[in-house]
Design a protein around this ligand. Sequence first.
Ligand code: FDP
Length: 292
Amino acid sequence: MSGQDRDPVAVAEAALETVAAVAPDVRDGLPGRRRYLEGENPSGEEVLAADVYADDLLEEALSDVDGVGTYASEERESAVDAGGGGVSVAVDPLDGSSNLKSNNPMGTVVAAYDGDLPASGRDLVGAGFVLYGPVTTMVAGVGAPGDATIREYLVTDDGEREPLDRVDLPDDPTVYGFGGRVPDWPDDFAAYVDEVEEELKLRYGGAMIADVSQVLSYGGVFAYPALESAPDGKLRLQFEGNPVAYLVEGAGGRSSDGDRSLLDVPATGIHQRVPVHVGNAELIERLESALS
Ligand code: FDP
């Protein structure tokens, strides 16, 4: 059986295991790579030496996974052909890397799509993230969206995954975190925030994956919304919006671009941006009403 014929869910599982295996090397490489390099990534952001280092490690390891046909990353303009066909992996090698300067948490995000990129979130066959916090953990699931059980793992120093608990959003939400400058928020979003801050407490750390992890742990809502200056927001659908939607929806929550599940947003480009809102279903329903 050629790699291209391998069960896409098995390929996604192997890709997630590979990301966990590389995570200790990514983490170990951070201390000496906190400086910015010249130039920008395809989204026009500054690039740290650590971004490039993590991207190179992940490209090499994931391209070797039997059944992975394409590797795409936030740090590269175009996808890399890893044999063609099969599963496409889309990776944010260091999500929240501007936190490296202040030594706050960051993550690695991976999305495995059964098909060519750009792909719909409905084509996901697995997704996960590594969180480089006080402890290195992974939150991940495989299968079609809605079928996946989302689980947290401890990532050992050897890059092995030790299963911890199943991840289910707590029913009683407590935290919120919203990106973007307050004067840049559209009025309807700002009105929603006024309501939410009466009920929940602010937790915003500036790395999507760390902020989403707080929502998964405590319940609540995370958003990087549409801004007056950037109607599509900041985050990218293929690398951030879709995998986070897959995980939060799999944990019993909801995702939205303001109107519909992020998984239903048509894919138009590898680096396309999208407003991201994820969290407890009731909070996302209220958000959609506020923005309609
Ligand atoms: P970063 O630019 O540090 O990589 O992916 C982009 C991202 O971080 C997200 O992880 C994070 O949620 C957001 O940008 C933070 O943006 P702000 O600095 O505007 O808060």
